[in-house]
Design a protein around this ligand. Structure first.
Ligand SMILES: Nc1ncnc2c1ncn2[C@@H]1O[C@H](COP(=O)(O)OP(=O)(O)OP(=O)(O)O)[C@@H](O)[C@H]1O
Ligand SMILES: [Mg+2]
Length: 456
């Protein structure tokens, strides 16, 4: 019981006392009281309707599946205005027509195809005027005489309201009833219109959400496609790199081959001193080494992802092998190598590959230093890692290439440099779970720091 009804009851209770007084006053008060009661009932109904409307709005706003949403809107509309039949139609902008999205008939349940013979006239009119429409006597309303559906189902009262969101006509809701007792009122129409306003917004949101989902799926599919082609691309890129290198290899081949040929011819002469013979032989050897080294680097890079042949190797063995290999070259250029191994334990590496790491860094140091230069190689344990430092006494890394140093084909100041040396270093070190970085120590040349996990 509302406050209003309570007050009216209280007023009514005072009536017997009033009856004893002036009868006209008594009559007037009775009439006013009666009117007040009617107003209170109407108000209560209105309040209940608004509450329902509010709940409906809240409920449909929470549905994001479009199909489910349309069904729910239709069911709510039927209950709200106590309709016996209803259709929710959606506009088909391409055909400038509409199609039935949801249909409910007199008895509960779905309407079969044949029965979906809706009141096209009413819906068309609502869609073209974008105004709500109501008829309380459809059979005799001249606006709907041509509608077979109204005659077929003996519809008495029908209403239709447009679904408009953000000025866009989405569709319409249509309801009707055959019951004589229940003819729709203006109140019903405004109730249905209010529902339609909320429904239109919810449909628009659900469609946006659908679109978003669809775009998401498309993006995901594209992403998957991208991922699967990425590997192929990387391989293709490696192969194209080989192509780009072919010309530079042929170019580089000429020099060592010409000198090898010249020195080989010299070696054939009888009048050579033993020193000359040794010198020519060593030069030929070095030229071939350089060439073999070059081809090996290219191969390593092209193969890219070949698996590692891991073994525990003592650090001293690793470094000494490298040292033996590079020492003749260093000596020939008047350079020295110095090692200071504070860590002498073993590391888990692919020995052949990891030696290339040191070889490439050492070869760069050799290229960079002038006679008298020193390359110092140290090892020490830092936490659960071993850290190798290769420090030279050259001019340091040119600042203009510092941030691209480990990228392929970044070379500077070397006529025959391919720029692959450090790219290979980075790949091999990272394949081993380690890191590599370069620093320029002021006045001391370049320093390459390679780390490796001790417990990989
Ligand atoms: N120790 C160093 N001191 C000075 N500059 C260096 C040093 N190490 C590398 N660089 C610079 O980095 C560049 C890239 O080195 P990287 O080894 O990748 O290629 P590259 O030596 O030019 O060619 P290659 O493929 O034959 O090794 C070099 O060209 C050189 O300019
Ligand atoms: Mg190099």
């Amino acid at each position: 019981m509302t406050e209003l009804t309570r007050q009216l009851n209280a007023l009514e209770a005072t009536l017997p006392r009033l009856r004893r007084g002036d009868p006209t006053v008594f009559y007037d008060v009775t009439v006013i009281l009666e009117k007040l009661r009617e107003a209170a009932i109407a108000l209560e109904r209105r309040q209940a309707e608004l509450l329902t409307l509010y709940e409906v709005g809240r409920d449909i706003a929470s549905i994001i599946d479009l199909g489910q949403l349309l069904e729910s809107i239709m069911d709510r509309a039927i209950v709200l205005v106590q309709a016996e039949r209803g259709f929710l139609v959606l506009r088909d902008a391409k055909r400038d027509d509409f199609e039935v999205a949801v249909a409910r008939q007199f008895s509960a349940g779905e309407v079969d195809e044949a029965q979906v013979e809706i009141s096209h006239n009413i819906i068309r009119r609502v869609m073209s005027t974008r105004e709500p429409l109501m008829t309380t006597n459809a059979q005799e309303d001249p606006r709907f005489q041509s509608s077979t559906s109204i005659v077929a189902y003996s519809i008495r009262s029908a209403m239709a309201v447009p679904l408009i969101a953000k000025d866009e006509l989405i569709g319409a809701i249509y309801v009707d009833t055959r019951m004589k007792a229940r003819a729709y009122s203006v109140g019903d129409l405004s109730l249905l219109s209010a529902l339609a306003d909320q429904a239109a917004v919810a449909i628009r949101m659900a469609r946006l959400y659908d679109e978003l989902q669809q775009r998401n799926r498309e993006l995901q599919a594209t992403l998957d496609e991208l991922r699967t082609t990425q590997d192929e691309l990387i391989r293709a890129e490696r192969l194209s790199v080989v192509g780009r290198m072919a010309s530079s290899i042929i170019h580089d081949l000429k020099n060592p081959m010409t000198s090898i040929k010249g020195f080989a011819q010299f070696l054939g002469r009888d009048d050579l001193s033993p020193e000359q013979r040794r010198y020519f032989s060593a030069t030929i050897s070095r030229s071939i080494d350089r060439f073999v080294g070059m081809t090996q680097e290219i191969l390593d890079y092209v193969r890219g992802d070949v698996s590692l042949d891991l073994k525990w190797v003592p650090v001293s063995e690793l470094i000494n092998d490298v040292r033996t290999f590079i020492e003749p070259d260093f000596r020939a250029k008047g350079l020295r190598i110095q090692t200071d191994l504070a860590f002498t334990g073993s590391v888990l590496v692919d020995q052949g590959k990891f030696q290339r790491v040191f070889l490439n860094i050492a070869n760069n140091a050799r290229d960079a230093m002038d006679p008298g230069g020193v390359l110092t190689i140290t090892s020490q344990q830092v936490g659960d890692q071993v850290e190798f430092r290769l420090q030279d006494t050259g001019p340091g890394i040119p600042p203009e290439i510092m941030d691209r140093l480990f990228e392929p084909f970044v070379t500077h100041g070397k006529p025959s440099g391919t720029g692959l040396g450090l790219a290979i270093v980075k790949k091999v070190v990272e394949d081993h779970g380690g890191t590599v970085r370069a620093e320029n120590s002021p006045g001391q040349g370049a320093c390459f720091v390679v780390t490796l996990p001790l417990n990989p």
